[in-house]
Design a protein around this ligand. Structure first.
Ligand code: SAM
Length: 335
């Protein structure tokens, strides 16, 4: 068997100690950039990891060296046994984090506390209720806003995720940055990325360079300070001088950070993806149900990881629809 210490190293010297687990591929929002307009086909429950399967598979990853698990989805908090899963994962030697749309966060605060889960990322693509309703095709602005305030009051490590799309919400860059400056919040701008059914085209992605330019125009060149990042950060971090908050840019499209990638993804149906952009998947759940040792499968998937964006290493390749039609929509991957 693959020695545990080597199992999560790939051929480019990257060590993978961060696993993102999708709890469910359904969501209580319908974000235009994430879910195809027609939705995704519903599949029988048997296709998805049951709680005990998810916990056992997660344990295998921790034994191979995973030290951080982020729960995602779909919307992880709409899974009926989300509480039990969170508490079950808390027994593993990992740091737990979650990405959520924020709608149900208030109900889960006791669970987060009991599980020692401190890191919560909430998606909020607009500071304007009507616009957020148009982007998410649901009217939940006030609930999300109240839950953001609640998380802040309760001292959680909160980050706000904003997917920027030209012509949709890119006129709010300065407003979000002003929010970081006046309230000390931490905002991450995410470049709009291509996935199945989301009508991406490069002209709608607002690049890192352009985001910075707009912030400098509004706040002044010298006011925008770069901050040091941690080793595997996906975001380049900045702050407005003299303020407590920060904003980051996750430039997957214009300036990818694949060299330091330490992430693996487990979909709700138990497939391992070694990259967000990789169409190739390794079916861990079927093997697990058959009683097989899944560690060699995990090791093999890691060894097959490509250097950059699942092989779409250039912008031309990323923009070629033929190259990303074999990937799923984001809602079924777990961003
Ligand atoms: N429902 C949860 C949430 O709202 O965070 C977790 C799942 S969601 C797929 C995870 C993250 O992926 C969110 O921050 C979302 O904005 C981001 N995302 C989804 N589709 C995207 C796309 N096409 N480009 C960039 N980010 C995207």
């Amino acid at each position: 068997m693959q020695p545990a210490a080597a199992a999560l190293h790939d051929t480019f010297g990257r060590r993978h100690d961060y696993l993102r687990i999708s709890l469910i591929e359904r969501c209580n929002m319908r974000c235009t950039y994430c879910m195809p307009e027609e939705g995704i086909p519903l599949r029988p429950r048997a296709h998805f990891m049951r709680q005990e399967e998810l916990l056992a598979i997660a344990r295998e990853f921790t034994e191979l060296g995973v030290r951080k698990i982020r729960l995602t989805g779909g919307e992880p908090l709409i899974r009926r046994d989300a509480d039990e899963i969170i508490l079950g994962l808390a027994r593993l030697p990992v740091e737990l984090a979650i990405s959520t749309n924020g709608i149900l966060v208030d109900r889960f605060l006791p669970t987060f506390r009991d599980a020692g889960l401190r890191k919560v990322n909430v998606s909020l693509d607009s500071l304007r209720p009507e616009r957020m309703a148009a982007i998410t095709r649901r009217d939940y602005f006030q609930r999300v806003w109240d839950n953001i305030a609640l998380l802040r009051r309760e001292g959680f490590e909160l980050k706000i995720n904003v997917v920027l799309m030209r012509g949709t919400n890119d006129d709010e860059i300065a407003d979000f940055v002003q929010w970081t400056a006046s309230e000390g919040v931490h905002v991450r701008f995410i470049e709009f990325m291509p996935f199945d059914g989301n009508r991406w085209d490069l002209s709608r992605t607002v690049s890192q360079a352009e985001i910075l330019e707009r912030v400098r125009e509004r706040f002044g060149h010298d006011a925008v300070q770069a901050l040091p990042g941690a080793a595997n950060d996906t975001a380049r971090l900045y702050r407005i001088a003299g303020t407590e908050g920060s904003f980051g840019i996750i430039a997957t499209v214009s300036n990818p950070f694949c060299d330091t990638c330490n992430r693996l993804r487990l979909t709700a149906d138990g497939k391992l993806k070694n990259c967000l952009f990789s169409g190739a998947e390794t079916d861990l759940l079927t093997a697990f149900r058959a009683g097989a040792d899944i560690r060699p499968l995990i090791a093999e998937s890691v060894l097959l990881k490509k250097r950059s964006r699942g092989g779409m290493d250039t912008l031309d390749r990323l923009s070629d629809p033929a190259l990303h039609t074999d990937n799923r929509s984001m809602v079924a991957i777990g961003g």
